[in-house]
Design a protein around this ligand. Structure first.
Ligand SMILES: C[S@@+](CC[C@H](N)C(=O)[O-])C[C@H]1O[C@@H](n2cnc3c(N)ncnc32)[C@H](O)[C@@H]1O
Length: 215
C-alpha cells in the first residue's frame, strides 16, 4: 500500500514536470505575443513601464532607444515635437529627456501642461508651424518628431529642422506608411530627401512611422 502511494506520487510529479516543460516551450515559442519587452533595453525601468502601457509599444520603444542613443553619443540639441494634440507623446519624451525639451505645440495648451506636470525646459510654441518656428533660427535639434500629417507642413518642417539637426540627430516621421492626407508624409520625405545622403528606415508600428538620422 505504502509503495503504491509513493509510485503514484512520483508519477504525478513527472506529469507536472512535463506540463511545466511544455508550457515553458510554448511560452518560449510564442513569447512575442505575450511579451513585447526588450530583454536588455538601454532605457530605464520607468520608461519601460510607460512603453508597456502606451498605445503603440513599437513606436514608443524606438523613440526611447533613439533618445538614449542621443544621450550616449552626446548628440547636442533640443527635442521638438511638431503636432502635439493632447500631449500624450510629449509627456513620454519629456519624461525621458526633461533637460532638452523645447517643442512646438498647439491645441489645448492647458491640457498639455497638465499632462507634462514638470515644465522645466519646455518651450510652448502655440499656433501653426512654420509661423511658430520664428525666433528659433539659431536653435540646434537632436530629435524631431513630426506628427502633423500634411505634405506642405512636412516640407516646411524639413526646410526648418534639417539644417538645424545635429549630425546623428533623429528625425521621426509619424504616418509615413499611412494613407493619412493622401500619403502626404511619405511623398514629402521622398521629395525632400531626393539627392540627400540620408535614407529612410521604416518601423512596424501601428501608424507606419519612419525615421532617418542626419549624416
Ligand atoms: C496626430 S495629432 C498629434 C498627436 C501627438 N503627436 C501624440 O502622439 O500624442 C496631429 C496634430 O498636429 C497638429 N497640426 C497640424 N498642422 C499643424 C501645423 N501646421 N502646425 C502645428 N501643428 C499642426 C494638429 O492640430 C494636431 O494636434
Amino acid at each position: 500500500m505504502g509503495t503504491h502511494r509513493v509510485l503514484e506520487f512520483s508519477g504525478m510529479k513527472k506529469i507536472m514536470l512535463n506540463i511545466r516543460l511544455l508550457l515553458g516551450r510554448v511560452y518560449f515559442r510564442y513569447r512575442g505575443i505575450f511579451r513585447a519587452r526588450m530583454t536588455f533595453p538601454t532605457y530605464s525601468e520607468k520608461i519601460g513601464r510607460m512603453i508597456s502601457w502606451s498605445n503603440d509599444r513599437v513606436r514608443h520603444a524606438t523613440m526611447a532607444l533613439a533618445l538614449e542613443r542621443i544621450r550616449s553619443e552626446s548628440i547636442p540639441g533640443s527635442i521638438a515635437e511638431l503636432g502635439v494634440y493632447r500631449g500624450y507623446v510629449s509627456r513620454f519624451l519629456h519624461e525621458q529627456m526633461p533637460e532638452r525639451d523645447n517643442r512646438f505645440r498647439n491645441t489645448s495648451v492647458e491640457i498639455v501642461k497638465e499632462r507634462l506636470k514638470n515644465l522645466d525646459n519646455v518651450e510652448f510654441r502655440i499656433g501653426l508651424f512654420p509661423d511658430t518656428a520664428r525666433g528659433l533660427e539659431h536653435e540646434t535639434f537632436s530629435f524631431v518628431l513630426f506628427d502633423a500629417d500634411k505634405y506642405d507642413v512636412a516640407m516646411a518642417s524639413f526646410a526648418f529642422f534639417y539644417p538645424r539637426l545635429s549630425r546623428g540627430g533623429y528625425f521621426f516621421l509619424h504616418d509615413f506608411n499611412s494613407n493619412e492626407s493622401d500619403w502626404g508624409v511619405s511623398k514629402a520625405a521622398r521629395d525632400f530627401l531626393r539627392g540627400k545622403p540620408e535614407s529612410i528606415v521604416e518601423i512596424p508600428d501601428i501608424c507606419g512611422t519612419a525615421l532617418f538620422r542626419k549624416l
